[in-house]
Design a protein around this ligand. Structure first.
Ligand code: MG
Length: 252
């Protein structure tokens, strides 16, 4: 099932994607809802970020190949950081290249969308708290990340959390391809089978730190092949079984 959030007829709406059509949903996608008979053409509506997270919890260094690439030892436990909800943008929206930075990178990631409130969740039941998955771009001002030591600035600029194009349910997160394309050229081609910490482990681990709320997003880390973007570039994040998220880059 693909749950899409879109703008049409004066407001944001949710629907299920069926081929080229959307069937509108009424109710709460994180609770009770029903699928109506009202349909829209996918190509004619404005897609929106699939949810409005209260927080985005991201993982640094969670792929063995990326740890090698940046010459870091494998972490013993997940290194978590946060991106603010104000950084979220949807498909086709522009990533703004900030004046403060001279190096802005893409990071293709599998995004986990929490479906129900999770606190102290055991790993064996962690996936019961997941609604589905989305493509996530953990946009990073690499120069400021190195300079600050903290990630709030380098990962937190407005527009630095593109997500979408929808929430896909029924995806098995244990072995899906995670790719990025810069101006149509393949740049990252990883697979979640190389994750150091699995999705259930991460949901459980984070839920023992902070309560995860419906709509919160976990960005699970990026595989090898990170690199810079420039204003004018088109960056696409593709996750197997979900789809492709496309954004452009513009200067501030
Ligand atoms: Mg990342």
């Amino acid at each position: 099932m693909k749950i899409v959030r879109f703008f049409s007829d004066g407001g944001p709406r949710y629907g299920l994607v069926k081929g080229e059509e959307i069937k509108e949903i009424q109710g709460n996608v994180f609770g009770e809802y029903r699928v109506t008979r009202k349909t829209y053409q996918l190509a004619t509506v404005k897609p929106l970020a699939p949810c409005l997270p209260s927080k985005i919890v991201a993982i640094g260094l969670n792929y063995r190949d990326h740890a090698e690439e940046v010459k870091k030892a494998l972490p013993e436990e997940p290194m978590i950081f946060m991106k603010p909800p104000t950084a979220v943008i949807g498909p086709e929206e522009a990533i703004i290249y900030p004046r403060m930075s001279k190096r802005v990178d893409y990071e293709a990631e599998l995004g986990v969308v929490i479906g129900r409130t999770a606190k102290n969740v055991p790993e064996e039941r962690a996936l019961d708290y997941v609604l589905g998955y989305t493509c996530f771009n953990d946009v990073t001002a690499r120069d400021l990340q190195a300079k600050d030591g903290q990630f709030a600035r380098s990962k937190g600029f407005d527009t630095f959390a593109p997500m979408g194009p929808w929430i896909a349910t029924g995806v098995d997160p244990r072995a899906v391809a995670v790719r990025s394309y810069l101006n149509g050229e393949l740049r990252q081609n990883g697979n979640t089978k190389n994750l150091i910490f699995s999705v259930p482990f991460l949901v459980s681990f984070i839920s023992r730190v902070m309560t995860l709320l419906p709509g919160d997003v976990i960005a699970t880390g990026t595989p090898a092949g990170i690199g810079p973007m420039q204003p004018g570039d088109v960056i696409e994040i593709e996750v197997e079984g979900i789809g492709r998220l496309r954004n452009t880059v513009i200067s501030e």
